[in-house]
Write a protein that binds this ligand. Structure first.
Ligand code: HEC
Ligand code: HEC
Length: 218
């Protein structure tokens, strides 16, 4: 073989190997995607009892899952699951039990199914607090260092995947309960204490006002 030919063969081989390696690392980096069709059976038969078969829960204690970002749903399921003998990162007696039987592949499928459903949003119910709720949501309260919810959850409450969940259209009662749990620290699965630092600056009436406003937000 001529040296130049040998060189070009080597180069071709090197390029092919580099391309292959690049592909392999990309695949490893991208989170595996769930399969919505595979998740449907369990979602409708098991989860649907509380969250609604299409993720539009019929009762305010059970959050709507429809249209929520898949990565956020997956994270919450993992946080609910007791792992390696440790306490689950997010405590709720019902969900800690519900999710225990499922592995990560099944969780991804369930997340894919619920995130692909269209959310049917709630409405704001309290005229008197709408203005306060809107102000807190859009601008926060500079005087006490409360950041605007919109900064992380988006102007329409749609959230920003993967970290910031959709909250617009969710039940006010559920939002209120979560804000209070973050405030007292009984929910502490928020990365970098992002939500605990927000909630700790809020009074009960402010929490009520912003929760009602968010229920009607699109
Ligand atoms: C018996 C009722 C019940 C069943 C059945 C149930 N859940 Fe839940 N789920 C709840 C309740 C209540 C909460 C709210 C927990 C809290 O307040 O922290 C919740 C919360 C969640 C959340 C967190 C949502 C968010 O916005 O943070 C996810 C995700 C979830 N459930 C997924 C599932 C999946 C998947 C199934 C089926 C395998 C399921 N649930 C079955 C009652 C239920
Ligand atoms: C600095 C960014 C940031 C700001 C500002 C912020 N949030 Fe959040 N919020 C988050 C993150 C991140 C999560 C998800 C935590 C997790 O992974 O469990 C979250 C979760 C939530 C949840 C729980 C959603 C669910 O489905 O359980 C509610 C409710 C919420 N935020 C309401 C608010 C409100 C109301 C405000 C404004 C007063 C606000 N957030 C401001 C980052 C933020």
């Amino acid at each position: 073989m001529k040296p130049s030919l040998l060189l070009s063969c080597l180069l071709t081989l090197l390029c092919a190997m580099t391309a292959f390696n690049a592909q392999a690392t990309d695949a490893a980096k991208a989170a595996p995607k769930g399969d919505a069709a595979r998740g449907q059976a369990v979602a409708t038969a098991v989860c649907g009892a509380c969250h609604g078969p299409d993720g539009n829960s019929p009762a305010a204690v059970n959050p709507k899952l429809a249209g929520q970002h898949a990565d956020y749903l997956f994270k919450q399921m993992k946080n609910f699951k007791p792992a390696d003998g440790k306490q689950p990162e997010r405590t709720n007696p019902i969900m800690n039990g519900m999710i225990a039987a499922f592995d990560e592949g099944q969780m991804r499928d369930l997340a894919a199914y619920f995130s692909a459903q269209a959310q049917k949003g709630e409405v704001a119910k309290n005229r008197e607090t709408i203005e306060l709720g809107q102000k807190l949501y859009r601008a926060g309260d500079q005087a006490k260092g409360l950041p605007a919810c919109a900064g992380c959850h988006g102007p329409s409450g749609a959230g920003i995947p993967a970290q910031y969940p959709r909250i617009g259209g969710q039940y006010a009662e559920y939002i209120e309960a979560q804000l209070k749990s973050f405030r007292e620290g009984s929910r502490a699965n928020d990365p970098n204490k992002m939500m605990r630092m927000v909630a700790i600056k809020m009074t009960d009436p402010e929490i009520k006002a912003v929760s009602d406003y968010i229920a009607g937000l699109r």
